[in-house]
Design a protein around this ligand. Structure first.
Ligand code: PLP
Length: 499
């Protein structure tokens, strides 16, 4: 299977090339030329397989230039022993036809691990297949969770370097602590003055700047991306929706062939929900894709109106990994829904870059409203939901997951609860302990982030994940801060190749 660019249909590259290079030189995102099919027989076979086998079988459909053995090695390396047991992505029944898909049992306690534990394995093999010998420089812009998950995935991976930029005011205390204490000889971390969009825009500019590429080439280095624009991030995410459906078949929740589930995803960059869209397009019986946003509700408006407009107030919320006004992966969706019309997509993206706004055509709008439903919820409602679900279902959710739970309630009050619904849970509640504690035991909120982990443990009885408990004694290794316009110099400096 070949991959093309959302902005130039003449592009044709292998999966390995798409993964090794991250983004197409025209600024577009790599997409598979067609979406492979998942048959009912394959789905039935999945019910008898474990997560890793399911992953090998789904990935094999997309990464056709990898052998099954290579994929098996990648999947084993990513998931064996790192997700606290055999159930890599467990589905938890919290009553009323709601099934929480817990994606945060990996080493950094957020769903980004699902892809970022696998990506280094895919990427190093991809580099061998395509541009052997070069040292790969991974640049990451993070709203909090990607950065740490990427650092953890790539630390001390031979032939790679990784540099992470995070917005100085935009991440939680725990997220920041996780990143600035990162171990490993090939890692670098820098805060930037600005928000996530500034960091992401800066990273994209560096990627597509030919002078910087030439500078790296002189030192036998090449950029790649671990952001969710990299196809190697997206493909692993398709797996867990299919896996969750197979689990629901096993639990007897899904009884009949083709019986539909709805899927709710707390959304930021649109990567996670896009993976669910691809799963549906492959043939997984998904009814509605429900897109949940926090107060940065640019996607809610887009799905309801077809107008994408980032010219609005930016809110710093208690679900910071969704504080995003430019959802990069949406480009892949509108590419697909426009009938793979790269000229139209390029027009919309040019308009987004120039004016911060674009409006899709009626044909695309119609498809969006058939496939998706969208809602949003602010911080107060998020905390109310954490409390309600904790009190009523004895289930503790993090702030991002709570946004999804809240938006699902909005959907259910309009359309009912008859359809079993998978709710993507994207982080451990401990990762956002102050806000979660504030929701269920306001009097226990304190100044010290580690005291709050202990307090949350005593109130909820839920175990503190060991990677978070272990942060306390770790040394701070990275305290650098720069402006958006200094990112290029910072990168060259951190690589030790500044002039
Ligand atoms: C990244 C992230 C999201 C948003 O996922 P997208 O793929 O960017 O839409 C939601 N919740 C958490 C905890 C995250 O880390």
């Amino acid at each position: 299977m070949n991959y093309t660019s959302t902005r130039d249909s003449s592009v044709k590259v292998s999966a390995a090339y798409a993964i090794a290079t991250g983004i197409s030189p025209d600024g577009g995102l790599y997409v598979p030329e067609n979406i492979p099919e998942l048959t009912y027989d394959e789905l039935l076979a999945m019910t008898k397989a474990g997560y890793k086998e399911r992953a090998v079988s789904v990935l094999g459909k997309y990464l056709t230039d990898f052998t099954e053995e290579e994929l098996r090695e990648c999947v084993d390396g990513a998931y064996t022993g790192k997700f606290g047991g055999e159930d890599i992505a467990p589905v938890v029944d919290i009553a009323d036809n709601r099934f929480v898909l817990e994606l945060w049992h990996g080493p950094t306690c957020a769903f980004k691990d699902m892809a970022l534990q696998l990506l280094p394995h895919l990427l190093t093999r991809s580099v061998k297949k395509t541009c052997d010998g070069k040292e790969i420089v991974i640049l990451v812009a993070t709203s909090g969770d990607t950065g740490k998950a990427a650092l953890e995935g790539f630390k001390d991976v031979p032939g790679t370097r990784i540099i992470v930029f995070y917005p100085v005011e935009g991440v939680s205390a725990i997220q920041k602590r996780q990143m600035v204490t990162q171990e490993g000889g090939n890692v670098g971390v820098c805060a930037i003055n600005g928000n996530f969009d500034d960091a992401q825009t800066g990273v994209k500019k560096i990627f597509t700047n030919p002078e910087i590429a030439a500078e790296l080439a002189k030192h036998n280095m090449a950029f790649s991306s671990a952001n969710s624009i990299n196809w190697g991030r997206l493909a692993p995410q398709i797996v867990y929706y299919i896996s969750a459906y197979a689990d629901l078949m096993n639990k007897g929740v899904i009884k009949n062939r083709g019986e539909k589930v709805n899927v709710v995803v707390p959304t930021g960059n649109f990567g996670n929900i896009l993976a669910a869209y691809y799963a549906k397009k492959m043939g997984l019986p998904i009814g509605k894709l429900i897109c949940a946003s926090n107060s940065n509700n640019v996607l809610t408006d887009f799905i309801r109106t077809g107008v994408y407009d980032r010219n609005r107030k930016f809110y710093t919320t208690i679900s910071p990994s969704m504080d995003i006004l430019i959802s990069s992966n949406l480009e892949r969706l509108i590419y697909d829904l426009s009938g793979c019309d790269s000229a139209r997509v390029k027009g919309w993206m040019d308009s987004l870059a120039a004016t911060g706004r674009y409006e899709v055509d009626e044909d695309v709008k119609a498809k969006i409203s058939e496939l998706f439903w969208a809602g949003c919820c602010d911080d107060a409602c998020t905390q109310d939901t954490i409390k309600d679900v904790f009190v009523n279902e004895e289930y503790l959710s993090d702030t991002h997951t709570a946004v999804a739970l809240n938006v699902y309630e909005q959907y259910a009050s309009a359309f009912g609860r008859d359809v079993p619904t998978i709710i993507a849970s994207t982080a451990s509640p401990y990762k956002f302990a102050p806000a979660v504690l504030g929701a269920i035991a306001q009097d226990k909120v304190s100044e010290d982030e580690f005291d709050m982990l202990a307090a949350l443990n005593s109130v909820s009885g839920m175990e503190i994940p060991s990677p978070l408990a272990g942060l306390k004694g770790k040394e701070v290794r990275f305290d650098r801060v720069c402006d958006g316009c200094e990112m290029k110099e910072t990168v060259l400096d951190m690589l030790g190749i500044a002039e």
